[in-house]
Design a protein around this ligand. Structure first.
Ligand code: HEC
Length: 133
């Protein structure tokens, strides 16, 4: 009986933690997109002809189409998450510190559930929702 309690209490705590961190909806990401991304990527994410640091912001509704029909979650996440580390320099697409804050939610990346800041997860959900064939 004693060992049963020892095992079940942490399990219950884990269950409660999971229940409270429900996954963000695309609409939550849409608001973040409107606040942080539309200046360059246009309000529908369709990109802009205007050059920023010599580069045009790409059409974000066709990320899957450019990737053989699959939404490349890991690639998109690292693009939004760490510009300095990626191929896009921080001057071209700024880093969004505020997007890296908040609760962590599990996002499946290459088959592994990865704790991801909620604002980033919301943006991913939004971007995935606007993909066109
Ligand atoms: C200052 C302008 C600017 C802002 C603001 C900006 N971006 Fe970008 N973004 C770019 C440019 C320019 C590129 C293209 C870089 C390249 O092709 O190497 C890009 C590329 C991307 C890509 C890669 C697309 C692909 O096909 O691989 C994603 C995803 C992306 N941005 C998402 C976002 C999100 C989400 C936000 C808001 C949080 C945002 N961007 C804000 C300029 C911007």
């Amino acid at each position: 009986m004693k060992s049963f309690i020892l095992i079940s209490l942490p399990a219950l705590a884990l269950l409660a933690a999971c229940a409270s961190s429900d996954m963000p909806e695309a609409s939550e990401g849409e608001r973040l997109f409107a606040d942080n991304c539309t200046a360059c990527h246009d309000y529908r994410g369709t990109g802009s002809a205007q050059l920023i640091g010599g580069q045009a912001a790409p059409d974000l509704t066709r990320i899957s189409a450019r990737n053989g029909g699959t939404f490349p979650t890991a690639q998109v996440l690292s693009q939004i998450d760490g510009y300095g580390r990626g191929k896009v320099s921080a001057e071209v697409m700024p880093e969004f510190g505020v997007l890296l804050q908040g609760d962590l939610v599990p996002i499946e990346i290459d088959g592994t559930l990865t704790p991801t800041p909620r604002p980033l997860a919301a943006l991913l959900a939004y971007l995935e929702s606007i993909q066109v064939p």
